[in-house]
Design a protein around this ligand. Structure first.
Ligand code: NAI
Length: 277
């Protein structure tokens, strides 16, 4: 992974999960990591550990709901280091459950964090990288940016947006030397699901309806960094994500049927539970 040596890399959502492990691994490959997160205490622990292991990293408080802060953070980082080589627009949240139980404020929150922040990070980085004539923007979408997931409508909306943004801009950016990649993982073991906001659903309910085996984070990040190194347009993994995507393209009705079956079984269980309770 020599390609990452001395590269200036911004990672949002770096206090946990994907962002944390991407930062840690890239630092071992010699990259300079500028790690940002709303959870500053945890972020500082991550950065201190990277430094202790001999890596180069700094921590920046960032709430990605504040788009002006994203813009100034990226510009200040570029000014400080003289360039910006990679940006991982990765911070995100999940929401699960019945769409009828969500308010517009809930929609606003997930769109702000999962989509608007990625648009802002992309637009600012694109301007800088286009002027440089080089750079790579990596946006974390999801397999639910490729297919609809049961009882995760709002999340699917945001991730389809990230997917569309990244694919469309990739072709525009090519002539300017700017690379764009969308990451579309299936389910990976991080804190995302246990910190999700749920609507008429519990974490245990969510885990029961997941028809997939959750992937190990370390392996997932290896797949991501290999894909970024090879400048892939899309990084779709593991097998359950690639298979569901294939099903959605060629046997859409079957995927719809699968989702509908999961939803009606879930509702039936809830009804039985509430009668028992
Ligand atoms: P995680 O919960 O472990 O990490 C998310 C990080 O984002 C946390 O450190 C959190 O503090 C930060 N964050 C949340 N809101 C923020 C805000 N307003 N401002 C700044 N930082 C904020 O979850 P994970 O799984 O590492 O999530 C990273 C990305 O991966 C997300 O975009 C998620 O949607 C995506 N993803 C995750 C999958 C999974 O199965 N874990 C599958 C597909 C996509």
């Amino acid at each position: 992974m020599e390609i990452f040596r001395n590269q200036v890399v911004i990672v949002t959502g770096a206090a946990s999960g994907f962002g944390r492990r991407i930062s840690e691994k890239l630092a071992t490959y010699g990259a300079k990591i500028i790690a940002a997160d709303i959870n500053f205490e945890q972020l500082q622990t991550v950065v201190a550990q990277i430094q202790k292991n001999g890596g180069q990293a700094e921590a920046q408080f960032l709430d990605v709901r504040d788009r002006d802060s994203i813009d100034s953070f990226i510009r200040q980082t570029t000014q400080k280091y003289g360039r910006l080589d990679y940006i991982f627009n990765n911070a995100g949240i999940a929401m699960g459950g019945e769409t009828y139980a969500m308010t517009i404020a809930d929609w606003q929150k997930i769109i702000d964090i999962n989509l608007w922040s990625v648009i802002q990070g992309t637009v600012t980085a694109y301007e800088i990288m286009r002027a440089q004539g080089s750079g790579h923007i990596i946006n974390t979408a999801s397999m639910l940016g490729l297919i609809p997931g049961p009882l995760s409508t709002a999340y699917s909306v945001t991730k389809h947006g990230v997917y569309g943004l990244s694919r469309a801009l990739r072709s525009e950016g090519k002539d300017w030397g700017v690379k764009v990649t969308a990451i579309c993982p299936g389910f990976v073991k991080t804190n995302l699901l246990n910190t999700s906001q749920m609507f008429e659903m519990t974490y245990e309910d969510m885990m029961k309806i997941l028809p997939y085996k959750v992937m190990d984070l370390d392996k997932a990040v290896d797949v991501i960094l290999k894909g970024v190194k090879n400048n892939r347009d899309l990084i779709v993994f593991p097998f359950h994500a690639r298979f569901s995507w294939w099903l959605s393209r060629y046997f859409r009705g079957l995927l719809n049927w699968g989702n509908e079956t999961i939803i009606s079984r879930y509702r039936q269980t809830k009804k039985t539970q509430s009668k028992v309770g």
